[in-house]
Design a protein. Structure first.
Length: 141
């Protein structure tokens, strides 16, 4: 991937609002952005393994397993490969990566001079209402 691309990275707890903000940027920005979510890589792997409706714990466990078996920046590395092959990415398209979860992923992205990380926070009661409203499957349901 071209090192001159702007990469906006988002991290935050489930229901914090980082996905809402990250998805809104392409519609209000003057530049062209393409949105990617790291957990989609995990979802695709779980789907191939027969789990098409993973819970939050399923996603976390598989992500942790992949990082332990490969490297902490594994998911970002896979995403960068995907971006390189994406036909929708041209010289004018900048990148949004949602769902950054650990230091290894951040370190991998810091190789790009125009990588900016945003951490979004919200109170736990608000986060819980959001993920219940959005139908996020937790271990309890």
């Amino acid at each position: 991937m071209d090192a001159s691309k702007i990469i906006l990275g988002f991290t935050g707890s489930i229901g914090s609002g980082c996905s809402f903000i990250a998805k809104a940027i392409p519609s209000i920005a003057e530049k062209k952005y393409k949105y990617y979510k790291l957990s989609d890589i995990i979802r695709n792997i779980l789907k191939e393994e027969g789990n098409s409706t993973p819970t939050v714990s399923d996603l976390q466990d598989k992500g942790n397993e992949l990082r332990a078996n490969f490297q902490q920046g594994y998911l970002v590395g896979k995403l960068l490969e995907q971006i390189d092959q994406d036909q929708d990415i041209d010289d004018e398209t900048e990148i949004i990566i949602d769902g950054i979860k650990n230091e290894g992923e951040i370190q991998t992205l810091r190789q790009f001079p125009y990588f900016f990380l945003f951490s979004v926070h919200s109170e736990s009661s608000i986060r819980q209402k959001r993920y219940e409203k959005d139908g996020i499957i937790t271990d309890e349901g």
